[in-house]
Design a binder for this molecule. Sequence first.
Ligand code: UDP
Length: 480
Amino acid sequence: MALDTHGQQQNLIKPPHVAIVPTPGIGHLTPLVELAKLLLVHHNFTITFIIPNDGLHLAPQKKLLQALDPQAISYIFLPPVSFDDLPNDVMVEIKMVLTLTRSLSALRDELIVLIQSTRLVALVVDLFGTDAFDVANELHVSPYIFFTTAALSLSLIFHFPHLHETTTCEYRDLPEPIQLPGCVPLHGRDLTDPVQDRSNEAYKVMVRMCKKHRSAAGIMVNSFVDLEPGAFKAFKEQGQGLPPVYPVGPVIKMGSVDGFEGNECMKWLDKQPNESVLFVSFGSGGTFSQEQMTELALGLELSGQRFIWVVKSPNETAKNANYFSVQGSEDPLGFLPNGFLDRTKEVGLVVPSWAPQVQVLSHRATGGFLTHCGWNSTLESIVHGVPLIAWPLYAEQRTNRALLVDGLKVAVVVKCNDKGIVESQDIAKYVRGLIEGDEGKLLRNNMKGYKEAAKLALSQEGSSTKSLAEVAQVWKSLNT
Ligand code: UDP
């Protein structure tokens, strides 16, 4: 949809405009909103979020978007898609991709409106949104990815089509670790769930998605050079065939405390000694079986350490049962062991479903984080210098675990027994080790080093600030 010369001249007067299309999950929308704010504040872009969805549980997304200045960052929810034809056990990743692919025609219509009314220079999607590239290319809008996880995972995505063609076994059975250029070795079992069964439809979707990454006009990564120097250096050296890669992170929310529970958390933390509290939370979607939830409760109690635990109702079949909904329907406190709340009331605070995580991590009393290794949680811990106990559950979290434990040495990892359960005695040991042990001290020191590096990357002359300015410059120079 090229404009004529007069149209182009008219358009150059307008501020450059970017369309951002997030796939479902607050973990995608949150950093994309923060990216939009940076583009607005530092580079004078205006932005429209175009949001594919299934019509359900949109309140957290709406809350995030409604807080923005509508003159500069506006949003449109596309007509909801239906998943009625899908089996109940369909993988979350398939639903994420389908939410977008089933919305492509509506997305095309919205992009045409933007082309006619703004100076649209780029379309930005997250890593599950690459199916939107065809529409972008058809309308001559530059397709970009904001990669919402580690450069390690991007390296894997670039390499995956080759792995697919040169191996036949399931990845968990690969005899040797995968050595990606400049990265920590990855075991096949650490790869994301959708690629762990070659016969599953999700596998085909992942292969297609990985191939499409190469056709992006550019990829911004929510990481920074000093966190993953080897991976970023390798992207540069591989050059030809790869799109330009821009390390622009850590892009995280600085969020505000709201609601009764949020304030309760902060008031409670104010009364605790420095670096004494373990924060326990498994992202927006993480859930456990009843058995695992009981072991975790008993482990925290046994540790004798202070904690804030964001509790969700158990789920016996999925580890990401709340991904699309954030909040389960039942009261999670009813699933705790008998008398647990009473016995731990002097040292622990249990919060149902949601806590102001960034605020908790930034509080001086927080000394450790038991986390599912979601990338936003990881970056938030780095920015606030909080060492980790890594308990990956789903998605690319095992890959992040490899980086955090083997590469950066800022986390200890939990071990499961033969039944796949992390036992209470072990949990108590990890918690004590992190909060008051020598290993905890070491991990905390390492984390503080990355905290300083993150601060530097985001400073005025920092590597990530410059990298984002480079992208902004490319977009501004586009003749639309
Ligand atoms: N989060 C929060 N309070 C909670 C749980 C999560 O504020 O009780 C936020 C957290 O700060 C992070 C996001 O939700 O920004 C979760 O993203 P992450 O990538 O860590 O995990 P995901 O939810 O995508 O698995």
